[in-house]
Design a protein around this ligand. Sequence first.
Ligand SMILES: [Zn+2]
Length: 205
Amino acid sequence: MTSIPNVIQELTELLSALPGIGKKSAQRICFYLMDRPREEIVRYAKGLIDLKDKITHCPICHFITEETPCAICRDPKRDETVLCVVEDSLDVISIEKTAAYHGKYHVLGGLISPLDGIGPEDLSIDQLVKRLDNVKEIILAINPSVEGDTTAHYLHKIISRHQDIRMTSLARGIPVGGDLEFTDEATLTKALEGRSDMNGRHHDQ
Ligand SMILES: [Zn+2]
């Protein structure tokens, strides 16, 4: 039996830990890369290191960025009286693709999940509360799930102390257990337009 070289074994193991990549795919990627020109491999390596060294989270909204604050927070054309609250940066990217939203964002960095030991203090909720002064509407664009609902409920409790802030949530055109990231742009745009007040009234603007 021929033994697989260590280098390949190690890289296969690393790759197979990536989301959506099994052992077989990892091995296939490994063999594919082995045949690529060296300069291409250097670009992969550099890309990965840059990802770690150059990307940070915006100190205001927590979206991923190379410059702080991020381009969305810096954009004077965006309505800062409307904040769309999302679980992670991928959700911002999905909503930006619709081009139907012109307010700003707040990225929570996860959802409240007592089973996983994630509480409100582990998310950027404190920073969200600090941003509420000039805010007129908070749109909760959180994926429907047990954790999503727990988080929405918690945020609703905190934000309803500010009586002048309207709280809305995305219309449930998004399938339960679905993910904003995988929702097509037309559905997401409709969900934004049809958002409803969290006390049950339909959004009437
Ligand atoms: Zn930002």
